[in-house]
Ligand binder design. Sequence first.
Ligand SMILES: Cc1ncc(C[n+]2csc(CCOP(=O)(O)OP(=O)(O)O)c2C)c(N)n1
Ligand SMILES: [Mg+2]
Length: 334
Amino acid sequence: MVSKKKSDAETKSSANDAELLHSMLLQRRFEERVAEAYALGKIGGFCHLYIGQEAVSTGTLSMLRADDYIITTYRDHGQALARGISSRSVMAELFGRQDGCSRGKGGSMHLFDQNTNFLGGHGIVGGHVPLATGVGFAIKYRGGDQVIVCFMGESVVNTGAFHEALNMAALWKLPCVFIIENNRYGMGTSLERASAIHDIYERGAAYNMARQQCDGQDIFAVRQAVGEAVERARKEQQPTLLEVRTYRFMGHSMSDAVSGTYRTKAELEEYMKRDPISLLRAKMEKDGTLNEEQLQKMDADIKAVVQDAWDFADASPELPLEALYEDVYVDTTT
Ligand SMILES: Cc1ncc(C[n+]2csc(CCOP(=O)(O)OP(=O)(O)O)c2C)c(N)n1
Ligand SMILES: [Mg+2]
């Protein structure tokens, strides 16, 4: 846990609009190709797309320092890319190949990268929230000034682990930022069917924790709310519970239809009017900082990067069978 210089924060949080747009568009184009690769059988197992939620990943991660920590759920491709893990190593991981960020052993739900302090990718709903509190404790114990950001879906707030973890984070004043990506559904169950309260940031009241709700389709609203929470964690060692209201444009996973039986096509279309990428693009066009030609060039460059990632992943070998026995235990004797 080497503390890097303060200017990282300034550089990151001053990301310009073009950089933010690039980050979101990369996630979108990357996942469009992931859907294609899945249909072709190049990707197997569970796979959950993030399309529609990109302002949450980019907005949040653009406010962090390089030495801060991130932990998240199985819906992790967007956050991994926004954190700067290369498209090549994320795609190779999805293809189950040895050049993947988890050596092809984790797959879509278990992206992991030590270089960027990206602590996964976790498949058990709510299981990673206590880990985030543990990382917060480790940071404080070692006297660091990093923060840990923990992303989760809204159905996590009904698990016991969530409450235990929030209680301890508040009690011990840990530098944790808990971000609920409220996309309104846990698989096919709406929040209203599963939760006694619907403004779920209010759950923080039970632990006297700073809490806030924000619009997750507006990247600037996300940056503002995350910026305040990160500052509170870094300077005051106080956790925050942030509810970010967003929406997923695709099915829950690759085995779920886009609109499904639990939501109507009309609802989906209504939310798609607030596509986070279109909103940022419109703002930039209004400000005069983006024209059609620049957008087309950015898009073409990103598509080339994603094609390169696909080719790289396709050419990367599978691990030999013996590798099954590696990475199971850590050798602490050396
Ligand atoms: C402990 C546990 N129970 C059930 C599941 C099956 N499961 C996978 S995703 C999911 C829904 C999670 O919804 P939410 O937290 O809102 O996240 P989202 O998928 O919307 O991002 C469930 C129930 C699981 N992975 N872990
Ligand atoms: Mg959800």
